[in-house]
Write a protein that binds this ligand. Structure first.
Ligand code: BMP
Length: 356
């Protein structure tokens, strides 16, 4: 497929989703196609790790539900602090929530509840086993969220029960020209409520770009990401005995094409672009390098709990994925930032090898 041989800077020009265009440019700028899977146990460790490894990565993947001490405060909580680190180092936040339910439920899980994922995660993902309508439901929730940015005005008009003779004199009432409610019933307007509420997401470009000491709070060289939210479809998994069939993966491809303005791409084990104008991004977990100095043969032993590992070279050069997702390979190293750099260099080299 043509996207296998195209530089990310070129794919940035033709991707449909604004966040994909941004991410491809960020990858080109930072020479990084590395995502850190920040599966640590406390919020404090998560923020410290994001700050230390931030310079090497373009995406930080979270599982907010395995972090203890996650602060849900929508103004000062962990999501907001992560969003500030994302602005500072230039990476996107991907909450690996794997939504799967009926459309209405996922809308509520995505936008509300304790974590309010949509407020701080640029990207999230979904398993479409429950049917692809839930992708449309999530797209709708994201569009509504975007429309609410900056301000929100709610007007509700309640109409009381008709009072015999009240409107029967042929005169219009002084209520905006109509004495009927939206169903055409006659009645008297009991109340009109207008609520105006300002609304600023955790990563708004309108936030200050420097602090009181004049320190830069924003990653230089590229503008801040667009105020859009994106979805990755969980099309294939890395684990042994995964039950996702070829038909399921194909359904993901179809759902992605139907919702190009919301679906950025896939979590998958291989490239899935096949139609001439497909330009979806592929992020791939189950990635590990052998220890420094040891020879690479593409495969690294699994974790004994079903996880299987391939090297960046195999995933990116051979199987054509775009971003490798690395968790324990980096987190459990003696010095995570140094190890993250080793992964960044290897994964970028694998991409350059694919281009040539
Ligand atoms: P590690 O590199 O430590 O094995 O972590 C992999 C991460 O990617 C975990 O957070 C896991 O939930 C996630 N993941 C995966 O391993 N395989 C998949 O197919 C999909 C995932 O989201």
């Amino acid at each position: 497929h043509p996207t296998l041989l195209q530089p990310y800077s070129e794919r940035a020009k033709t991707a449909t989703h604004p966040l994909s265009r941004y991410l491809f440019r960020l990858m080109d700028l930072k020479a990084s196609n590395l995502c850190l899977s920040a599966d640590v146990t406390t919020a404090r460790e998560l923020l410290a790790l994001a700050d230390r490894v931030g310079p090497s990565i373009v995406v930080l993947k979270t599982h907010y539900d395995l972090i203890s001490g996650w602060d849900y405060n929508p103004q000062t909580g962990t999501g907001v602090k992560l969003a500030a680190l994302a602005r500072k180092h230039g990476f996107l936040i991907f909450e690996d929530r794997k939504f799967v339910d009926i459309g209405k439920t996922v809308q509520m899980q995505y936008t509300a509840g304790t974590a309010r994922i949509i407020e701080w995660a640029h990207i999230t993902n979904a398993n479409i086993d429950a049917g692809k309508d839930m992708v449309r439901a999530m797209a709708e929730a994201a569009a509504n969220w975007k429309a609410r940015i900056h301000y929100e005005v709610k007007t509700s008009v309640s109409v009381g029960t008709p009072v015999a003779g009240q409107f029967d004199d042929g005169e219009e009432q002084n209520n905006g020209g109509s004495d009927r409610d939206s169903d055409g019933r006659k009645g008297s307007i009991v109340s009109i409520t207008t609520v105006t509420q300002s609304f600023e997401p955790a990563d708004s470009p309108r936030l200050a770009k420097t602090n009181e000491h004049g320190d830069e709070l924003v990653f230089p060289g590229i503008e801040e990401p667009p105020m859009d939210r994106g979805l990755l479809l969980l099309a294939q998994m890395s684990s042994k005995g995964c039950l996702m069939t070829k038909d399921y993966t194909q359904a993901c491809v179809e759902a992605a094409r139907e919702h190009k303005d919301f679906v950025m791409g896939y979590v998958a084990q291989e490239a899935l672009n096949s139609a001439p104008d497909d330009n979806f991004i592929h992020m791939t977990p189950g990635c590990k390098l052998p220890p420094p100095g040891e020879e690479e043969n593409g495969h690294v032993e699994g974790d004994g709990l079903g996880q299987q590992y391939n090297t960046p070279a195999k995933l990116i050069t051979l199987l054509g994925t775009d971003i490798v997702i690395v968790g324990r390979g980096i987190i459990q190293a003696a010095d995570p930032p140094t190890e993250a750099e080793r992964y960044r260099r290897k994964a970028w080299k694998a991409y350059l090898a694919r281009l040539s």
